[in-house]
Write a new protein. Structure first.
Length: 330
């Protein structure tokens, strides 16, 4: 499967790299970024693979060395991060309601399902519509813009006011909006949809607050269709000790919604079909260390890996210094 990466050279310039996951990774000629490559492909009426073949490839890139030297950048970026919209859906995976339900049940009567369980069951019943039909809409949340995204090797910085900084190992779709408003899917990335689960647990209506955090994308943009079954591993390391390790599942065989249904309910809004914008859409997870009683600490390292992705996503948790914000009257 074709993988597209952005790798920094020794001078800090971005190189677009194409790789099949096994052989030699090489720089793509004639493009300055994945965004540039995608826009050229749309203009030429070509696929990403077809455009790469037309442009050709040159210098070989040692991805192991680039990893060791911290030169793996986000696989895609926008010249203006404000035009890179970061959002996602939750309660989309079979089993994903359990942890959320435990968090929210205390606030409601045990005699009736929580809103989280009701949303999950709606997805199970109507998240995979027949061809030509519209499926039920999922839970949706906003995480910010491209300035919130971190590559592998970078710190995930939790705000000083946060009550928790926990990992969410999952997959994300990457999209670009063409000149006529058509959404194009570039591919899929390994992702850590970093969130504040203690804030969310306090009241499910604080979900919006809990999601306004940074997030990380793995270095590979996997082009083409996602396998129906994706199995990975999520770890949390504290010093030399692994304090949490558990498999996670994704792909449509393990989801209550089709990816097409999630995409439809995101891009049905005109606001999200603005020409030239990029989008990352997190597809959800059913595996959280928080649900297993883990309380993360600054310095903990999140490690997420999954086939068919070849390179892991690794980020350290840090906490920002406290700031004071005052609104001034003009």
């Amino acid at each position: 499967m074709l993988r597209i990466l952005q790798v920094l050279d020794g001078a800090g310039a971005t190189k677009v790299v194409a790789w099949d996951g096994q052989g030699v990774a090489r720089v793509v000629n004639g493009v300055s970024s994945t965004y540039d490559l995608a826009m050229q492909a749309i203009a030429a009426g070509q696929s990403l693979a077809g455009k790469i073949a037309a442009l050709g490839q040159a210098d070989e890139i040692d991805l192991k060395r680039a990893t060791d030297e911290g030169r793996l950048a986000l696989p895609v970026s926008h010249p203006d991060p404000a035009h890179f919209i970061v959002a996602g859906t939750g309660l989309t995976h079979l089993g994903s309601a359990d942890g959320r339900d435990k968090m929210h049940k205390a606030a409601q009567s045990a005699e009736k399902p929580t809103d989280s369980m009701r949303m999950f069951l709606m997805g199970v019943e109507g998240g995979k519509p027949k061809p030509g039909e519209e499926g039920v809409q999922p839970e949706w949340f906003y995480k910010g813009d491209g300035s919130q995204l971190r590559p592998t090797g970078a710190d995930l910085v939790s705000p000083a006011f946060a009550l928790d900084g926990g990992e969410e190992p999952e997959l994300a779709g990457i999209y670009i909006i063409g000149p006529d408003g058509t959404p194009f899917r570039l591919g899929f990335c390994l992702a850590n949809e970093f969130s504040d689960h203690v804030t969310e647990k306090g009241n499910y209506l604080w979900l919006a607050h809990s999601k306004l955090r940074q997030a990380a994308l793995g270095p590979e943009l996997l082009v083409g269709d996602l396998p129906d079954h994706v199995e990975g591993t999520s770890r949390v390391r504290r010093g030399n000790e692994v304090i949490f390790e558990k498999p996670f599942l994704s792909g449509e065989a393990n989801m209550s919604h089709t990816i097409a249904n999630l995409e439809h309910h995101n891009f049905k809004y005109d606001l999200f079909r603005r020409p030239g914008d990029l989008h990352v859409h997190f597809f959800g997870t059913a595996t959280l260390s928080f649900s297993e009683g883990i309380k993360t600490e600054p310095g903990d390292v999140f490690e997420i890996s999954a086939a068919p992705f070849k390179l892991p996503l690794v980020n350290k948790l840090t906490v920002a210094a406290a700031t004071s914000v005052a609104v001034r009257k003009l």
